[in-house]
Structure formats: structure tokens, C-alpha cells
Design a protein around this ligand. Structure first.
Ligand SMILES: Cc1ncc(COP(=O)(O)O)c(C=O)c1O
Length: 357
């Protein structure tokens, strides 16, 4: 059993590449959690939560921010705060919103998905304009939102180019439709582009980012926007049961994440690049290194003898955990617990499974 003074660490015999959400808090986060000033956030507000919200707003150049327990709740309260029930949300078909959050979008926010053809996570701008024109005809509910995701999980951690985001935002303004950015991995995008989070958020009316993914905080996401939008989102957070009490305990870890973990994400991108290069050397059909921009690799196993579940279970036997996405795709995500030795072990395990595949 663990001594109270010990900090739990990731199991060393397992290389867990399923997600960057498996990251554990750093020692500095535990320290901050122990000493954070606390209050009943739902009643009188919690000073550490306020500090995290202020920091999130200033990092993204917005006037206000709201701390929520999850990215899904951040996206949901954004939809509730922006949307008129029955309105359409324009996003690319591979968006996390349409694949994993469709239940809350349709049943709670009462919005309708409208998928726009896209390339590597970026919507086709002309097709988006056409879809908005078609949806704006009389007798239909007003279009509710334009939705972008960066980095793009389903497309393999791809980063939306800033000029593309700027044009989409301009289209939103011309059509009087708000633009929301799902920036669950906002800081991976910022580090990959070599820009500040502020420069990405400039192309969004609201943006959600998570501190619980590669930044390694245990819990939490932030929704940022203007004062009026965040006030509405705060009221909806209460309605969906997201009000918290001494939430400063987790917000304290979020502050440490923002203070100390952003630049470190570069190491995760380097690890993903090394993985992709090693896999492509093993079999060029497995990975395209020039497609890997951040910490997510999507591997197509269509032309191998195993399906995705077969690969996942064969790799698990060597202590390597990957996520099977559908029948033909594996997802590998690098993070703080994936060092050089973990990358080498992963490549060795792939090379042992590959001949049988
Ligand atoms: C792009 C994207 N958006 C939103 C979410 C939802 O975040 P959470 O798991 O904190 O609800 C995720 C989770 O992986 C994600 O990858």
C-alpha cells in the first residue's frame, strides 16, 4: 500500500498511449491543491477558482471565463448560452462534438447537427458558406453556431491554420452566427503553430479548453468569452448540475498546469513525431510522419491482417495500451508519461506484431 507521503505515478510497466487524459498530477499540483485558499464556489465563490478563471480569460484575450468539470460540459453550456433551440450547428463530420457529444447537443441543448465536408479537420469554406445560405431560408430555425475544433482529435491532432480560422470567423460575423472553438487541446495547437493561445482565440466568440489532458491537471476545463456570454453560461452550468463547492482544490492544479505545463507539450509532439517516423520505417502504410502535427497519431490498419481490436490486444500483451477507434484505426496519444524509452518499447512491440499482421 502507498505511504501517505508518496505521490502516485503512472504504472511503469505499462505504456499507456490511449489518451493524454491518463496523465497524473505533478508534485507541484499536489502541493498547490493542499494549500489553495478555498470557499463555497456555488454560494460565495472560491478564490482559487476565481484566480483560474481570470488567468484563463487573460491567456485567451477574453473578458470572462467559467470553470467547468469537463470539456463536454464546457461545450454544452456554450451551446446553451449561444443557441436557440432547433438551430443548426455547422461543424465538420469528424468533430468530437458530432461523434462523442451528440447526445448532450441534441437532447439537452436542442440543437441540430449540420455536417460540412472537410479536409483533415478543416471545413471546406465554400461548402460552409453554401450550407449557411441554405439554412438561412425563411421557415427554418436560425443557424445557431459555427463550430471549429483545434487541435482536431478525429483528424489525428491536426491544427487549424490561423488564416482559415480568421475566414470562418469573418463568415460567422457576416452571417450573424457565433463561432465556437472546441480547443480541448488549445495549447497543443498554440505550441505547434508557435503562436499564443490569444492569437487562436481571437477567431472565436467562445472557446473551451481543457487543463485535464496533456497539461496533466486531474479535472477541469474552461469556457472563455465575453461577459454576457459567460454570465449566461454560468447560469446554464447551474441548470446542468455543474455548480461546485470547494472547487479550488482542483482549480489550484489547473493554475499550476497553465503556469508550468504549456511549453512542455512540445516534448509530447516530439515523441509523437518519433513514433510516427519509427512506424513508417517499419511499414510505410502504418504512419505518415508529415501528417503528425501534435501529440495524436491515427494509424490505419486496413491493409494488415489484424483489425484494430486485434492490434490493440496483441500490443496489450506487451504492455502497450492503444485505443482501437472503429474496426480499422488505432489512436496513439503521447503525453507526460511517454518518454524516449516508452517510444522505443512501443516501436519494438509494433515490430513484433507487424510480421504476423
Ligand atoms: C476535441 C475534444 N473535445 C471535447 C472533449 C471532451 O472533454 P471531456 O472528456 O473533458 O468531457 C474531448 C475529450 O477527449 C476532445 O478530445
Amino acid at each position: 500500500m502507498m505511504d501517505a507521503s508518496e505521490t502516485p505515478t503512472a504504472a511503469t510497466d505499462i505504456v499507456d498511449l490511449r489518451s493524454d487524459t491518463v496523465t497524473l498530477p505533478t508534485e507541484a499540483m499536489y502541493e498547490a491543491m493542499r494549500s489553495a485558499p478555498l470557499g463555497d464556489d456555488s454560494r460565495d465563490s472560491d478564490p482559487t477558482v476565481r484566480a483560474l478563471e481570470a488567468r484563463a480569460a487573460s491567456l485567451t484575450g477574453k473578458t470572462a471565463a467559467l470553470f467547468v468539470p469537463s470539456g463536454t460540459m464546457g461545450n454544452l453550456v456554450a451551446m446553451l448560452a449561444h443557441g436557440e433551440r432547433g438551430g443548426e450547428v455547422f461543424a465538420d463530420g469528424g468533430a468530437h462534438l458530432f461523434n462523442s457529444e451528440i447526445g448532450s447537443m441534441v437532447t439537452v441543448a436542442g440543437l441540430v447537427p449540420r455536417s460540412v465536408p472537410s479536409r483533415r479537420g478543416a471545413m471546406d469554406e465554400e461548402m460552409l458558406a453554401q450550407a449557411i445560405r441554405a439554412a438561412s431560408s425563411a421557415g427554418r430555425p436560425r443557424p445557431a453556431l459555427i463550430w471549429m475544433e483545434t487541435t482536431h482529435n478525429g483528424a489525428g491532432g491536426t491544427v487549424l491554420p490561423l488564416p482559415h480560422m480568421a475566414r470562418i470567423h469573418a463568415l460567422g460575423r457576416e452571417s450573424a452566427i457565433a463561432v465556437h472553438v472546441d480547443g480541448a487541446r488549445l495549447f497543443n495547437a498554440a505550441v505547434a503553430l508557435g503562436v499564443s493561445a490569444h492569437q487562436i482565440a481571437a477567431h472565436a466568440d467562445s472557446l473551451m479548453f481543457c487543463v485535464s489532458k496533456g497539461l496533466s491537471a486531474p479535472v477541469g476545463s474552461l469556457l472563455v468569452g465575453d461577459d454576457a456570454l459567460i454570465a449566461r453560461a454560468r447560469a446554464f452550468r447551474r441548470i446542468v448540475g455543474g455548480n461546485m463547492r470547494q472547487a479550488g482544490v482542483i482549480a489550484a492544479a489547473g493554475l499550476v498546469a497553465l503556469d508550468t505545463m504549456i511549453e512542455r507539450l512540445r516534448e509530447d509532439h516530439e515523441a509523437a513525431a518519433r513514433l510516427a517516423q519509427g512506424l513508417a520505417w517499419l511499414d510505410p502504410a502504418l504512419a505518415q510522419p508529415d501528417h503528425v502535427q501534435t501529440n495524436i497519431l491515427r494509424i490505419d490498419v486496413t491493409n494488415s491482417a489484424h483489425d484494430a481490436a486485434g492490434w490493440a490486444s496483441a500490443l496489450r500483451a506487451s504492455g502497450i495500451l492503444v485505443q482501437a477507434s472503429g474496426a480499422t484505426q488505432l489512436r496513439l496519444v503521447t503525453h507526460r508519461h511517454i518518454d524516449r524509452a516508452a517510444v522505443d518499447r512501443t516501436l519494438a512491440a509494433f515490430s513484433a506484431v507487424a510480421p504476423q499482421a
